[in-house]
Design a protein. Structure first.
Length: 216
């Protein structure tokens, strides 16, 4: 199927009311959107299977729903570092950031390599992507060693002072997801959370104390 055909299908499920509610109701503030529900996007993507070329075409349209479908149909096995960095630089909402991290990037061969450079980037959705990816890896990468997640906790502690809610939320979710991986990581998370909970930084305190409440 061609990208133009997928866009036509999306248009059939578009709603002006849904488009108008993206920002006020869901906090999805994007320049180009049709107003298609996530359920409809998933339903349209399912029969497309895995199609790396189609995903690239859909992403290039810049349309929010087309990019969601791109994340759903792309093949993580062939996703490169260059693609990950390029798409990450295009992220313009928490929704596309999280969708791509959870449905595509966390299965890419070099997923772990992007945590540190993205966390170091000051761009809002690039930094969020680092911790959305860590969060997703904690849930989905069953083969990863605990040491990989301990390195992720170092990034959490380093950047928990970020005052932007969209970043802080992803850091908080990543921290708690890592703590559910194993008893050893739970102990490491509690140690990290205790330090953050005593921080002079209000965002860091919130991250730490939320995790402590979750686990205690």
């Amino acid at each position: 199927m061609q990208a133009s055909e997928v866009l036509a299908l999306l248009q059939e499920h578009a709603s002006a009311d849904a488009r108008a509610q993206l920002g006020p109701r869901y906090g999805i503030h994007v320049d180009e959107a049709l107003g298609v529900s996530m359920a409809d996007m998933k339903r349209l993507a399912r029969p497309l299977g895995r199609d790396h070329a189609l995903a690239a075409e859909l992403w290039s349209t810049g349309v929010y729903e087309a990019r969601v479908v791109a994340g759903l149909v792309d093949d993580p096995a062939v996703v490169t570092i260059e693609q990950m960095d390029s798409w990450c630089a295009d992220f313009d909402s928490w929704a596309i950031c999280d969708t791509v991290c959870f449905t595509l990037f966390d299965g890419a061969p070099d997923a772990w390599s992007r945590l540190e450079p993205w966390a170091a980037d000051e761009a809002l959705f690039v930094r969020r992507a680092s911790f959305a990816l860590l969060w997703s890896l904690a849930l989905h990468d069953r083969a990863a060693a605990d040491d990989s997640f301990r390195a992720g906790l170092d990034l959490v502690e380093q950047h928990a002072t970020d005052e932007r809610p969209l970043v802080s939320k992803s850091i908080s979710m990543a921290l708690r997801a890592v703590g559910r991986r194993s008893p050893d990581l739970r102990a490491a998370v509690l140690s990290t959370a205790s330090r953050l909970g005593d921080s002079d930084s209000a965002p860091a305190r919130r991250v730490g104390r939320t995790a402590l409440r979750d686990f205690r």
